[in-house]
Ligand binder design. Structure first.
Ligand code: PHB
Length: 539
């Protein structure tokens, strides 16, 4: 705990009411603004110019600059010229929600298996106010259908799971839904769905569909989102309360299934899968609470010292509060949040008040707090579709800038006899090694291939690597290190290639290997964050 850092830091000024609408007096305005920037970047698909951020958030340019500098320091954003780009590390926020929820960890294997069995997309969704939000997607890539991402929010009335969640709405929730329908008939609050067709259906149609869903314990979506898209849904009930924990959906296209034959052919198998899911929920042991994190926010004081005005400490400290939640830490008291973050109680309390106001945190009946599904709106959807080459590329660029040699990422092909280059950052020497992304080479004659086939051929104190001289091309000298997945399996390799005249083998090890290993470790950190609840393609 850093009592010193936290006690001596100035308490952030209360939010002026004109800036934050109905924000309570104790809310932390820099945190509200930082969250607004993260939400804008998410809606824009993960990247935006600083001037566009200034326009869409209505914040002063100097404020946008300070917020993005702070988010960059947290490694939630990187700056590329005039653009701010969300990094995979920001997924730790959504991961905290998904881990605390436990449903993806307990149910996603069932969903994936059903998708394989039916050769159709299968998703899991939770209720989010008068909408639904996806927490898992087992997507079949098909020409004909849009598919949603983990974290996307859809209006309840345009979906099958929405009908099921509405069976549990209170009068107040129905009123809130009707008020939203009146305020936003075009679903502009839901940028991932196209506007509804004119006069397509009335509010009363949704009420009728909900009644039918209650009677049948399943629901159909017959092209409510867009022509051709059909879905059938069954609720997964919490064994202790019998309330809907999430909804499992099979999604198809009218070219393969009408909504009537979804019900006939696919619904019975969906019901079986849901029965197995509910059985697993019944049997799931309480999560093992690991050692609670401590002092998550203790680094912020040093960053403030270093960056001065550009670093908004109250934003950085506030954001660490979200990362305090995890599997087995789904509900935290103020004391527990303060302990995990190392923040003074008063600071932690104000962050929680701010999050409650923003809808990111909800109070629980036990005088504690839990994350809400809205935490997924902080960066998760665009990044849930990333790939290893995309994760690696900015790291390769930085490495090439540092060592002034061409760097590449490669994987083994399915037959394991070749390697394929999947990402690359070229050095600007006249004689730089020029191998394009997509190129395949025999695995046995490259440092990359040898590493992937047989593991490292040498183990230096700092880590393992492979060296290849004059192969596969005369004059080329390459040094490669492995990239591991979350289970410790080698899934790719990173190399730097030089000309034999430029560096000896010893110089490669001495001058390049440390930077190469550090880069591999940064790529692994991002990969492991991104892959905790999503499938990250290797190519
Ligand atoms: C989806 O997973 O993409 C999905 C699920 C249910 C719907 C529509 C789409 O009603």
């Amino acid at each position: 705990m850093s009592a010193k850092t936290t006690a001596s830091a100035p308490v952030p000024a209360p939010v002026p009411p004109t800036e934050a609408g109905q924000a309570p007096a104790e809310a932390v305005s820099p945190l509200i603004r930082g969250v607004a920037v993260l939400r804008q970047l998410t809606e824009a698909g993960g990247s935006m110019s600083l001037s566009a951020l200034e326009r869409t958030t209505g914040l002063a340019r100097s404020t946008v600059d300070r917020i993005t500098a702070t988010l960059t320091r947290m490694d939630y954003v990187r700056l590329d010229g005039r653009d701010a780009i969300l990094t995979p590390h920001v997924m730790e926020l959504g991961n905290a929600y998904l881990a605390a929820l436990r449903l993806p960890a307990l149910l996603s294997t069932h969903a994936d298996r059903l998708a394989d069995e039916l050769d159709e997309s299968v998703s899991l969704a939770v209720a989010d106010r008068d909408g639904i939000r996806f927490i898992h997607q087992a997507t079949r890539r098909r020409a004909m259908s849009l598919s949603f991402r983990i974290g996307d929010l859809l209006p309840a009335e345009r979906t099958a799971p929405g009908q099921l969640f509405a069976t549990e709405w209170t009068d107040e929730e129905w009123q809130a839904w009707r008020a939203r329908r009146t305020r936003d008939p075009q679903n502009r609050d839901f940028p991932t769905v196209p506007p509804p067709p004119q006069n397509a259906w009335s509010d009363e149609d949704f009420v009728r569909r909900t009644a039918r869903a209650a009677a049948e314990n399943c629901a159909l979506d017959d092209q409510l989102i867009e022509p051709g898209l059909v879905a059938v849904s069954v609720p997964v009930r919490d064994p202790r309360t019998a309330r809907i924990a999430c909804v499992a959906n099979v999604v198809s296209h009218t070219s393969r299934h009408t909504s009537a034959d979804l019900r006939e052919t696919l619904l019975p198998r969906l019901r079986l899968a849901v029965a197995a899911m509910e059985e697993d929920l019944r049997r799931a042991p309480q999560p093992e609470p690991g050692p609670p994190p401590a002092g998550l926010a203790t680094w912020t004081g040093a960053s403030k010292q270093e960056l001065g005005r550009e670093f908004i400490e109250s934003l950085a400290r506030g954001l660490t509060v979200l990362a305090a939640f995890d599997e087995g830490r789904a509900e935290l008291t103020l004391t527990e949040v303060a302990k995990a973050t190392g923040l003074a109680r008063a600071t932690a309390r104000r962050a929680l008040i701010t999050y409650e106001h923003l809808g990111l945190v909800t109070p629980t009946p036990h005088r504690a707090f839990a994350l809400s599904p809205q935490v997924l709106s902080l960066g998760f959807p665009p990044l849930s579709r990333t790939s290893l080459p995309r994760i690696a590329t900015p790291h390769l660029t930085r490495l090439t800038d540092t060592i002034q040699e061409t760097t590449s990422l490669a994987v083994l092909t399915e037959r394991r006899d070749e390697i394929q280059y999947t990402a690359r950052a070229a050095a600007t020497h006249v004689m730089s090694v020029d191998i394009a992304v997509g190129t395949r080479l025999p695995a046995s004659s490259t440092a990359l291939g040898r590493l992937l086939l047989t593991g490292p051929t040498a183990a230096a104190a700092a880590g393992s690597y492979a060296l290849a001289d004059e192969e596969p091309e005369q004059g080329v000298r390459a040094i490669a290190v492995p990239i591991h997945d979350r289970n410790g399996q080698v899934i790719a390799a990173l190399n730097a290639a030089t000309h034999v005249a430029r560096r000896t083998a010893e110089e490669c090890v001495h001058d390049i290997l440390p930077a190469l290993l550090a880069t591999a470790s940064h790529i692994e950190t991002d990969l492991h964050t991104a892959a905790r609840f999503t499938q990250v393609p290797l190519t």
